[in-house]
Design a protein around this ligand. Structure first.
Ligand code: GBH
Length: 457
């Protein structure tokens, strides 16, 4: 391979850092949400999480020993600008400087996500968060602050993580912060998130910062349940509602036609200048991929998945019904393990967007375990990673899809949002009492996967 392939692990600020009130950090909507009784399993919060804020050197050391080339992490906006819009907090900048310098000293390339869901709480209280374009303007300034502070050393930027989750789970089902429930707000929130992306990329490009900037969107694969035209259309449209909704605008400058057709005025419209701002506003496509479902136009007998779950409550808009194969293995989140769906997903992206470089910015699984001994013996996860990275290599080497990186979610067990600490996604076990880290079998398996591919590339 001529271009370097990035093999890495991924994390996110709220899920690992802890230190929620340390060194001038402001509150985020996840601080408020997790402290609201009833929102999170067992009342868990990210107050301490993995205490990565204090233990980052140890964590970077584990990555160096893993032999990865790259690490994807996110910056907590409320550490950099505590109220999201006012004073800059030098201690917040200093923390990420320490982390970035430590990574570079070990030869690990940082991939930095600017927004992984932890909006400064003040912007929620004053502007209703992503329902207002004001928030997008504040994001523009926050992004520029990060480019100025870290752009001399960071050359891979991701504006947003999974706007689908922010919009649908944050403003549709209300499962995630800020916890709003609505049929229309997801489309408004997504609109302002996309504009914020466009503004940040404009700052980046006009500022002449070196490197690449892109966005990470999540998408589960949708396989037509039957070969009928209806089911093939259902699967295609379902992916358009899931992925193209948030990716077409940053590449083509507008939403997919099927969404306009179904939603009419419920889907906001971009002005001509906003279209121009968004069109071509990404250097690469980030994909977070976890699972696969069958899609059909009409509910099938064997529907074992509540279509409303997988579609985030948007199944009426999509007119799609989801189901699964009883033979598919499931993770402890209940997500199906279907590596061939990953290969098809990568090909779908390549077909729709032509030659955009693709980074798989997340892929991984949770495995149930009630003791450290059981948790570190995670052959299930090792097999998951072998299966999914094999599928990626098929897409890359056989199908010719320009995949440039793979980041395993996650480096270590962490705060799994509404599921708290019970869902463990790490290749490293974390004891949340002692904060001790123990590599799992999958850590060693992943090291072998990475070493084998780096040897031939
Ligand atoms: C990611 O989101 C997040 O970026 C990360 O922070 C998180 O820790 C990680 O994944 C693990 O959850 O209910 O069967 O229909 C995951 C996005 C969207 C993937 C919904 C699974 C639904 C599966 N998820 N999708 S199902």
């Amino acid at each position: 391979m001529s271009t370097e392939f990035h093999w890495g692990t991924a994390t996110a600020s709220y899920q690992i850092e802890g230190a929620w009130l340390k060194d001038g950090k402001g509150l985020s909507i996840w601080d408020a949400f997790s402290h609201t009784p009833g929102k999170i399993h067992k009342g868990d919060t990210g107050d301490t999480a993995c205490d990565h804020y204090h233990l980052y050197e140890k964590d970077v050391e584990m990555m160096a020993e893993l032999g990865i080339t790259s690490y994807r992490f996110s910056i907590a906006w409320s550490r950099i600008i505590p109220d999201g819009k006012g004073e800059i907090n030098p201690e917040g900048i200093a923390f990420y400087n320490r982390l970035i310098d430590c990574l570079l000293a070990k030869g690990i390339t940082p991939f930095v996500t600017l927004y992984h869901w932890d909006l400064p709480l003040t912007l929620q209280l004053e502007n209703d968060g992503w329902l207002s374009e004001q928030t997008s303007e504040h994001f523009r300034r926050y992004a520029k602050t990060c480019f100025d502070a870290f752009g001399d050393r960071v050359q891979h930027w991701i504006t947003f993580n999974e706007n689908w989750c922010t919009a649908v789970l944050g403003y549709g089902t209300g499962n995630f912060a800020p916890g709003r429930k609505s049929n229309d707000e997801p489309y408004i929130a997504a609109h302002n998130l996309l504009l914020a992306h466009g503004m940040a990329v404009q700052e980046f490009r006009e500022g002449g910062y070196p490197g690449q900037i892109g966005i990470s969107n999540n998408c589960d694969w949708r396989e037509p349940l039957t070969d009928s035209k209806e089911d093939r259309n259902a699967a295609q449209e379902s992916i358009e509602f899931f992925f193209a909704w948030l990716t077409d605008p940053v590449i083509f400058g507008d939403y997919p036609a099927i969404m306009r057709e179904r939603l009419g005025d419920r889907l906001p419209t971009f002005t001509q200048s906003q279209k121009a701002l968004l069109k071509g506003s990404t250097d690469f496509i980030g994909l977070n991929h976890y699972t696969t479902h069958y899609a059909s136009r009409t509910p099938s007998e064997e529907s074992s998945v509540d279509a409303k779950d997988g579609n985030g409550g948007m199944s009426d808009d999509q007119q799609v019904s989801l189901s699964s194969d009883p033979d598919w293995q499931r993770t402890s989140m209940g997500w199906y393990v279907v590596p061939w769906g990953f290969r098809k997903m990568l090909n779908w992206i390549h077909d729709r967007y032509a030659n955009y470089p693709i980074y798989v910015t997340e892929n991984g699984c949770s495995v149930e375990a009630d003791s450290r001994e059981a948790a570190v013996d995670d052959e299930f996860r090792a097999n998951f990673l072998r299966g999914y990275t094999d599928a990626l290599k098929q897409a890359r080497d056989v199908d010719g899809v320009p995949v440039r990186g793979y980041f395993c979610w996650s480096l270590m067990d962490n705060f799994e949002w509404t599921r708290g600490y019970d869902m463990r996604f790490g290749i490293v076990y974390v004891d949340f009492e002692s904060m001790e880290r123990t590599p799992k079998a999958s850590y060693h398996a992943y090291r072998e996967i990475v070493a084998a591919d780096r040897a031939i590339s």
